[in-house]
Design a protein around this ligand. Sequence first.
Ligand SMILES: Nc1ncnc2c1ncn2[C@@H]1O[C@H](COP(=O)(O)OP(=O)(O)OP(=O)(O)O)[C@@H](O)[C@H]1O
Length: 246
Amino acid sequence: MTAPALEARGVSHSYGARKALDDVSFSVASGAFSVLLGLNGAGKSTLFSLVTRLFALRRGSLAVLGCDLQREPRKALAQLGVVFQSRTLDLDLSVAQNFFYHAALHGIGKAQADARTAELLAAVQLGDRANDKVRNLSGGQMRRVEIARALLHRPRLLVLDEPTVGLDIGARADILTLVRGLIASEGMSVLWATHLTDEVVETDEVIVLHKGKVRATGLARDLSRQTGAADIKQAFMRLIEAEAQP
Ligand SMILES: Nc1ncnc2c1ncn2[C@@H]1O[C@H](COP(=O)(O)OP(=O)(O)OP(=O)(O)O)[C@@H](O)[C@H]1O
């Protein structure tokens, strides 16, 4: 049996007295586009900080393709590509230079980094911008660069935290199409965190996170059916309102 791309078991995290994640368990199926759906403050970024080991995991377990993040961190992180909510590109370096730094961090040699950079920039339709300073790109182009850069070391799972924030409708659609395409073209798995239900399609796996708790998991169309909702937007509202009921 194939291990899930990501498995969270009983994960909790607090900032002082504030509980940001409360006994969170879910699986991200291998080869699927999974959406971590939650409003601001749901705990999405906290979960990303734990998955990427920015924060130490104190409660529960996380595994990337069957590799436990605590026991085999290097092996687990080698299979993970990350796009954070805030931009992490150096604006004063060229696109290619940003790639080379990232490649060096992953121990990828110059020749291999050159070839992979060219291949990835072409894949995100920015092959002609390799020598431009990042500062001169549009917001949508910067996002595409970050996604391409996250793929340099050929991860099996790509996690993205609110990747379309601040982008216009056209750039949002481009990014979604690009990332959905990676599942077929690269055989990857994707965890896409968002609060925007219009980024979800019926066949996506959805994890509804609300106030630090998993409220529901399943295919978007099943969540709609189970809640008697017309679509995932209505299902999401019902699921998070249900929590407020006595
Ligand atoms: N460094 C911190 N110190 C204290 N509380 C924090 C910290 N970071 C997050 N929180 C709190 O933890 C909870 C979860 O926040 P988190 O940023 O993980 O949610 P989110 O779903 O990513 O929301 P957003 O989309 O607004 O970033 C919130 O109540 C938030 O105020």
